[in-house]
Design a protein around this ligand. Structure first.
Ligand code: GLU
Length: 513
C-alpha cells in the first residue's frame, strides 16, 4: 500500500477566540504535520451561522500567527482541496447526503421537535435499550411520507446507526477502546436548509481534504465513533484519531475563564513572549525530554510524535507559565528586550528615552531582565528613571528609621558631587554604552570614582561608608528610598549608574531636606 502524504488540520469554529485548548490542538496537529513532513491546513467550521463571526475568525488567525503556527492551506492561503470554509461547501454535503440516502445509510426524518420530545419520553419510560430519538422515520411507509410532504414538513437527514454493534476502535492516545452503537442516537446530518451538522460536515471534509490524522480534544471521542461509521458508509478510509485529554486547573477541575486567559491575544497584549506561551502550551500533554522543559519550535517539531501525547489530563499552572516566559525574557539581549518591550513602554516613558538607540533605556530595562516574565510589567517599573516618584510607605519608613540617615545622604551627595566626572553626565541620557569606560580626568586631584560603572560605584560607596564608620546595610535602605521612592527595584548600584551623578546628587539633597 502506498502511504498517503500526511495531512492534518485544525478545524476551529469561528464562534469565539482561540483559547488555550484550541491553541494546543492546533499546535499538536501542526507539529505532527511538520514532523511527518506533511501538510497542515485550516478548515473553518462556520456552520453555526448565528454564532460565527468574521471578528472571531480574525482573532483565531491572529492567535495562530502570534504563536508561530503557520498553515499550508486554508484562509488567506487557498489550496487544492478548498474551499476551506464549510459554508462554501454546501453542495458537497447535499450530494453526499443523497448518496447516503440512496444506499440506505441515511433516511429522511419528518418529525417535529415536539414529536421528538414526546418520543424521547416514551422511550425512557419503556426502557427499550436505546434512548434519544425513537427512530420513527426509519420505517415510514410511502403513504406516511406523502402525508408529511403534503403537510409541508421539511425533512432532516438522519444517519442510521447500526443496532447494537460492538466496535473495537484504536485511538493513537487512548489505545484500544470498545464501544457499542446501541449507546448512540440516529443523529441528524443535514438540516432542511442544507446546512450540515458538525459530524457530517467534518467527515465529508476530512475525506475531501484527504486528512490522514486527527488530533483533537477528547470531548470528541464519541463523535469519532459516529464519524468512523460514516467513513465506513461512504467507503472511505478513516483518519487515525488521537483524542487528547482535557486541560485541568490546579485543583484538578475543568479549566475555566477564571484560571486562564480565554483569548490567546490577551497573552500577547499583556506582553507574554509568544515563544514562552508556545513552549508552555506544548507541555500541556506532551513532554520534550525527561530533563528539559525549555525548547524551541524546531526542537519540538524534530521530537514530536502523536503517540507521545500523554493519556492523563494536564494541569494549567500559571506560575509555571510565568517561569517559562521569564526563561525566554532572560535569553534576549538587552537590545532585543527593549525592542520587544517598546510597545508597552511608549507612553509610559518619555519619547526622548528612545533616542540614541535607546542605549540608556536599554540598560534600564536590562536591570529588570531577571525579574520579569511579562513585558507589560516593565512599564510601571521604570518611572523612577525619569522623575523622582513620591515616596511609598516602605521608602518613608526606611528614610525615617536612622536618625542620622539624612546626614549620611547629604554627605554622600557631597561626595558624589566631588566625584571626578563631567557634572552633567549623562544628563543627555545618551551614549551611556560608550561612557561606561569614561576614564577619570588625568588632572583630577583625588579621584572619587575612577569609573561610573555599577562595580566602580559599589567599590567607591563601600569605601565611603567605611570612612563614615557606619554599617553598609543601614546606609543602603535610606539611599534606595531617596533615589527611587521605593524599597524594591533593581540592584542599587545599577540605580545610581542609570540615574547618573547629577540626578543622584539632586535626589539625595532633596531627600535630606
Ligand atoms: N469545529 C470542531 C471544534 O472546534 C472541530 C473538531 C474536530 O477537530 O473534529 O471542536
Amino acid at each position: 500500500m502506498i502511504h498517503p502524504t500526511p495531512r492534518l488540520r485544525f478545524a476551529p469554529s469561528p464562534t469565539g477566540p482561540l483559547h488555550l485548548g484550541g491553541a494546543r490542538t492546533a499546535m499538536y496537529n501542526w507539529a505532527a504535520a511538520r514532523a511527518l513532513g506533511g501538510t497542515f491546513l485550516l478548515r473553518i467550521e462556520d456552520t453555526d451561522q448565528a454564532r460565527s463571526t468574521d471578528a472571531s475568525l480574525q482573532i483565531i488567525l491572529a492567535g495562530l500567527r502570534w504563536l508561530g503556527i503557520d498553515w499550508d492551506e486554508g484562509p488567506e492561503k487557498g489550496g487544492a482541496y478548498g474551499p476551506y470554509f464549510q459554508m462554501q461547501r454546501l453542495p458537497l454535503y447535499r450530494e453526499t447526503a443523497d448518496r447516503l440516502l440512496a444506499s440506505g445509510h441515511a433516511y429522511l426524518c419528518y418529525c417535529t421537535p415536539e414529536e421528538i420530545e414526546v418520543g424521547r419520553k416514551e422511550l425512557e419510560a419503556q426502557k427499550v435499550g436505546f434512548t434519544g430519538y425513537n427512530r420513527r422515520c426509519r420505517t415510514l411507509t410511502d403513504e406516511q411520507r406523502r402525508e408529511f410532504v403534503s403537510q409541508g414538513r421539511q425533512p432532516n437527514v438522519r444517519f442510521r446507526m447500526p443496532d447494537a454493534r460492538t466496535m473495537q476502535v484504536h485511538d493513537l492516545i487512548l489505545g484500544d477502546v470498545e464501544v457499542n452503537t446501541r449507546d448512540f442516537d440516529d443523529w441528524v446530518m443535514l438540516r432542511p436548509d442544507g446546512v450540515p451538522l458538525y459530524n457530517f460536515a467534518c467527515v465529508v471534509d476530512d475525506i475531501g481534504m484527504r486528512i490522514t490524522h486527527v488530533v483533537r480534544g477528547n470531548e470528541h471521542f464519541q463523535n469519532g465513533i459516529k464519524q468512523r461509521l460514516l467513513f465506513e458508509a461512504l467507503g472511505a478510509e478513516c483518519p487515525q484519531y488521537a483524542h487528547i485529554p482535557l486541560i485541568l486547573n490546579k485543583e484538578g477541575k475543568k479549566l475555566s475563564k477564571r484560571d486562564a486567559d480565554t483569548n490567546m491575544l490577551d497573552y500577547r497584549d499583556k506582553g507574554f513572549p509568544a515563544e514562552g506561551i508556545f513552549n508552555y502550551i506544548a507541555l500541556l500533554g506532551w513532554s520534550f525530554s525527561g530533563d528539559r522543559d525549555v525548547f524551541s519550535r524546531d526542537e519540538m517539531v524534530a521530537a514530536f510524535r502523536i503517540d507521545g501525547i500523554g493519556k492523563s489530563p494536564s494541569k494549567f499552572d500559571e506560575e509555571k507559565l510565568r517561569w517559562m516566559c521569564g526563561e525566554y525574557v532572560r535569553r534576549w539581549t538587552p537590545r532585543e528586550l527593549l525592542q520587544r518591550a517598546r510597545p508597552w513602554l511608549e507612553g509610559a516613558v518619555p519619547a526622548a528615552a528612545f533616542a540614541s538607540h535607546g542605549s540608556w533605556l536599554q540598560n534600564g530595562v536590562a536591570c529588570y531582565q531577571e525579574r520579569i516574565a511579562i513585558l507589560s510589567e516593565l512599564a510601571g517599573k521604570l518611572g523612577w528613571l525619569f522623575a523622582m516618584p513620591p515616596l511609598d510607605e516602605a521608602a518613608q519608613k526606611n528614610l525615617a528609621k536612622e536618625p542620622a540617615g539624612k546626614q549620611w545622604l547629604l554627605a554622600y551627595a557631597e561626595h558624589l558631587a566631588g566625584c571626578n566626572l563631567p557634572p552633567s553626565w549623562p544628563a543627555d541620557r545618551q551614549g551611556v554604552d560608550d561612557a561606561v569606560a569614561l576614564p577619570t580626568r588625568k588632572d583630577a586631584a583625588e579621584p572619587a570614582c575612577a569609573f561610573w560603572t555599577p562595580a566602580a560605584i559599589e567599590r567607591d560607596m563601600r569605601a565611603f561608608v567605611e570612612r563614615l564608620g557606619i554599617k553598609f546595610g543601614s546606609f543602603v535602605h535610606p539611599l534606595r528610598a531617596a533615589l527611587t521612592g521605593t524599597d524594591k527595584g533593581p540592584g542599587l548600584f545599577d540605580v545610581l549608574f542609570l540615574l547618573g551623578k547629577t540626578a543622584c546628587v539632586e535626589r539625595l539633597q532633596a531627600a535630606a531636606r
